[in-house]
Design a protein around this ligand. Structure first.
Ligand code: ATP
Length: 316
């Protein structure tokens, strides 16, 4: 092989490996952070897979902003480590991350385009990306209007536009719908979904369960600095369905259900049994099982534990 062919081979090999699918966008290992006596984060660990919308959920003061500040290098952790993009070298990783921790100080008397030109210069991103991001956040038609004429929702979309400069792989938002009216909230939610559909991984802090339920695929729940749980929203927040059952012969029904695989617990209340079930078991399975054993159910009802109940149980 000639020298230039070797060089080309190496280049191609490097490019192929560069495009090996990412395992994790972010891995956090045992991060702790205190402000004097206040322990804001206590050994928090979790991973963020590629392509998700990852919600960091918790009541006020649970440590969400501290965690975002730490992973974005604005704050220094007392202990623990984190790595972006499977351990990519920090400077290279940083260029792939767009963030919005607080509303940027846009100039009120300047237009969207002029404000983004300033943001692009500060972030050392090319000015040629501005029209693209204005298109994504739906502000192209108003690009020459002064910032002060924008609604709150438009201002927030412009802030997201600034975070999008340079076409990052990952976006990090702190409470992106804070202070917006319902229409503004819906606009930002749609935009987040749309960005995610384009392949951008989104990590966002929120104290609103409803918001996380509506836009997030994954969640980590914090309470006073402790990580309570993390994982896909469906698994984490919906794992505990309950089934109500009743039959004429309740003692016989109880004996039967105690032996049924997939029934994790039986509680008697107001003349019915409330069953805690394990994932995978359905009301149809319960009905068929009882019928096979000669018991006809007079009442069978699936009660999905509301996300709110689950969240309150976890955080109270
Ligand atoms: P919120 O939703 O209200 O923004 P949060 O979940 O983002 O809350 P943090 O802002 O990270 O929580 O705060 C976590 C804890 O650390 C709180 O008890 C807070 O009072 C405390 N804290 C945060 N910043 C500081 C600081 N600069 N000095 C002292 N204590 C702080």
């Amino acid at each position: 092989m000639l020298l230039h062919q070797v060089a080309n081979f190496k280049k191609t090999y490097f490019l192929i490996n560069k495009h090996t699918p990412l395992q994790n966008i972010l891995s956090i290992h045992g991060i702790s952070k205190s402000y004097g006596p206040v322990q804001a984060l206590k050994q928090v660990s979790f991973t963020v897979p590629p392509g998700c919308v990852f919600g960091i959920l918790g009541p006020n003061g649970s440590g969400k902003t501290t965690l975002l500040g730490t992973i974005l290098d604005v704050l220094k952790a007392d202990a623990g480590t984190y790595e972006w993009l499977d351990g990519m070298q920090p400077d290279a990783a940083r260029s792939q991350i767009g963030s919005l921790l607080e509303t940027p100080n846009f100039y009120h008397y300047l237009s969207a385009i002029e404000n983004l030109q300033i943001a692009a210069r500060i972030k050392k991103r090319g000015l040629d990306d501005i029209e693209r991001v204005l298109g994504i956040v739906g502000l192209l038609e108003r690009k020459d209007s002064r910032f002060q004429t924008y609604s709150l929702g438009m201002k927030q979309r412009l802030a997201i536009g600034a975070a999008l400069l340079g076409n990052p792989k990952v976006l990090v938002f702190d409470e992106p719908t804070n202070g917006l009216d319902p229409a503004g909230i819906a606009e930002i939610r749609d935009l987040i979904r749309q960005l995610n559909e384009q392949g951008i991984t989104i990590i966002m802090a929120s104290h609103l369960l409803d918001e996380v339920e509506k836009v997030c695929t994954h969640v980590a729940i914090l309470k006073r600095g402790d990580l309570l749980l993390s994982g896909p929203v469906d698994e984490v927040l919906r794992s505990e369905d309950q089934v109500e059952v009743k039959a004429d012969d309740m003692p016989a029904l109880q004996n039967l259900l105690q032996a049924m695989p997939g029934v994790a617990g039986i509680k008697a209340a107001n003349g019915i049994f409330i069953l805690s079930t394990e994932n995978g078991i359905s009301t149809r399975d319960i009905n068929a099982y009882c019928a096979n054993k000669g018991i006809t159910l007079s009442h069978l009802l699936l009660k999905k534990k509301s996300l709110e109940t689950k969240f309150m149980e976890l955080t109270n």
